[in-house]
Design a binder for this molecule. Structure first.
Ligand SMILES: NC(=O)c1ccc[n+]([C@@H]2O[C@H](COP(=O)([O-])OP(=O)(O)OC[C@H]3O[C@@H](n4cnc5c(N)ncnc54)[C@H](OP(=O)(O)O)[C@@H]3O)[C@@H](O)[C@H]2O)c1
Length: 427
């Protein structure tokens, strides 16, 4: 006899709608496979008159009704945003109901407090879909890799920006044209700020860093650069030099602590991340024993994301019925957050310079005095509009910043037009 678990969903949009439809349509096959009878009870939405992918009978606009409903044993939060999602999740946990969420923004902002509440109440709070959509990534980090001393997590975790950068790289289009195309095809929101500013990727990087290193970094401490100011000219230069530009989220340890960052990065064309095109996501997890693991697949979309959510629902339902939560799955320590200037880095630098004798010597002198060594230099154009492109050797980020500061003060340098970090093979 399958064991019944009542499911209430907060949010019936892209992901919530797919999940509701799957819970109804796949109820028998899920039961056959897992021995669980997952019964959809209610779905809370804002607009009860909108057409949905599931029958209207399940819809309500009363959010608390879903959480408090006596037949709801497990709550799935798929509304997004900080409030009222946070209060509703806490309300469910306080009532001893396990919660599954895909809300990266909320988990990144408040993860430890929410996990503490769940642990204190002895119920699960799972969030597989919060990073990488349909890619199983959170559970491998929390469980399969719990015994590995991880050294670095890095990857492409925002499909919108990857779609835009792929279009700029392959089609030679401007940022504005690529963004407009992404919006037309539904890969970017009408207000794309959270994606293109790197904020969405930063929230995901916080979660990945927290799970990999046990340090929960405040969003304000994530070094974040978006793609809004990228020039298609730099993507074209990068292409000529054998690189592709990607928005990379990374976390690793440096001498000051765990450094978490999101910024455009030159990735060598033969690196596996270079092949990640369009809205696909991919994350490398590195450790001394495991080497490199690559997780890749659909980072968004209602159906793949609903699969990840459904996996969490099944896991949480099993724990609920067993009366035991595998808790706490992860502990967070007070270890220091790393200062990005203590990282080792390589930079691509584009300078607009005067085409005059001694320019190269002056620029080389600045790099030398800052302690940064130059790996290669290219010159484009002659006359008043000469462009110099430099790629540095690995060195301290602080020294690179010092070199750029000094370059800006040189008379022969008209503009430091671009600085983009180059992917390091390992941390
Ligand atoms: N979409 C993806 O591919 C994806 C991938 C990974 C993670 N996620 C995460 O999954 C969550 C849901 O994303 P989504 O794309 O499904 O969003 P969505 O399509 O905008 O759906 C949000 C749902 O929540 C409802 N809602 C929002 N605020 C409400 C309120 N105050 N009261 C009642 N209902 C409210 C909306 O009601 P109405 O339908 O009436 O407007 C809608 O049904 C977010 O945290 C997102 O970051 C999404």
């Amino acid at each position: 006899m399958p064991m019944r678990v009542g499911i209430g969903i907060l949010g019936g949009g892209v992901v919530g709608g797919s999940l509701a439809r799957r819970l109804l349509g796949d109820r028998a096959s899920i039961s056959e496979k897992t021995g669980l009878d997952l019964e959809l009870v209610k779905v809370a939405v804002r607009d009860i008159d909108k057409d949905r992918a599931f029958p209207r009978d399940y819809v309500t606009h009363r959010l608390e009704e879903v959480v408090d409903h006596p037949d709801v044993d497990l709550v799935v939060e798929l509304m997004g945003g900080l409030e009222p999602a946070r209060s509703l999740i806490l309300r469910a946990l306080q009532a001893g109901k396990p919660v599954v969420t895909a809300n990266k923004e909320l988990v990144a902002a408040d993860g430890p407090a929410l996990f503490d509440t769940a642990a204190a109440k002895g119920v699960s709070l799972l969030f597989e879909a919060a990073v990488g959509g349909g890619i199983p990534l959170i559970r491998p980090l929390m469980e399969s890799l719990a015994g590995e001393r991880l050294t670095r997590v890095l990857g492409i975790v925002n499909g919108t920006t990857n779609f835009i950068l792929t279009a700029m790289d392959e089609g030679g289009t401007s940022y504005e044209a690529a963004l407009a195309e992404a919006q037309r095809l539904g890969f970017a929101e009408a207000d794309p700020t959270a994606d293109v500013s790197g904020a969405d990727a930063a929230a995901k990087a916080t979660i990945l860093a927290g799970l990999a290193f046990g340090v929960w970094v405040d969003q304000g401490q994530v070094h974040r650069e978006g793609i809004e100011r990228l020039d298609r000219g730099d993507l074209a230069f990068a292409r000529q030099l054998g690189y592709v530009v990607k928005l990379v989220a990374a976390a690793d340890r440096n001498p000051t602590g765990v450094s978490v960052r999101v910024h455009p990065t030159l990735v060598p064309r033969d690196h596996p991340l270079a092949a990640i095109r369009g809205a696909t996501n991919a994350v490398f997890v590195e450790g001394p024993a495991i080497g490199q693991l690559l997780f890749s697949g659909p980072g968004a979309g209602g159906e793949p994301t609903a699969t990840a959510v459904l996996g969490d629902v099944i896991d949480a339902a099993r724990e609920l019925l067993a009366g035991a939560q595998v808790a706490p799955r992860i502990r967070f320590n007070d270890r220091a957050v790393g200062d990005i200037t203590s990282n080792t880095t390589r930079w691509y630098i584009r300078l607009e310079v005067a085409d005059a004798p001694g320019v190269l010597a002056a620029i080389a002198g600045v790099f030398g005095s800052a302690g940064v060594s130059i790996a290669s230099v290219w010159q484009e154009g002659r006359g008043d509009d000469a462009t110099l492109i430099l790629i540095t050797h690995e060195g301290p980020e602080s020294a690179h910043r010092e070199a750029v500061k000094q370059l800006m003060a040189l008379d022969v340098v008209k503009q430091v037009a671009a600085t983009i970090r180059v992917l390091l093979p390992e941390s």
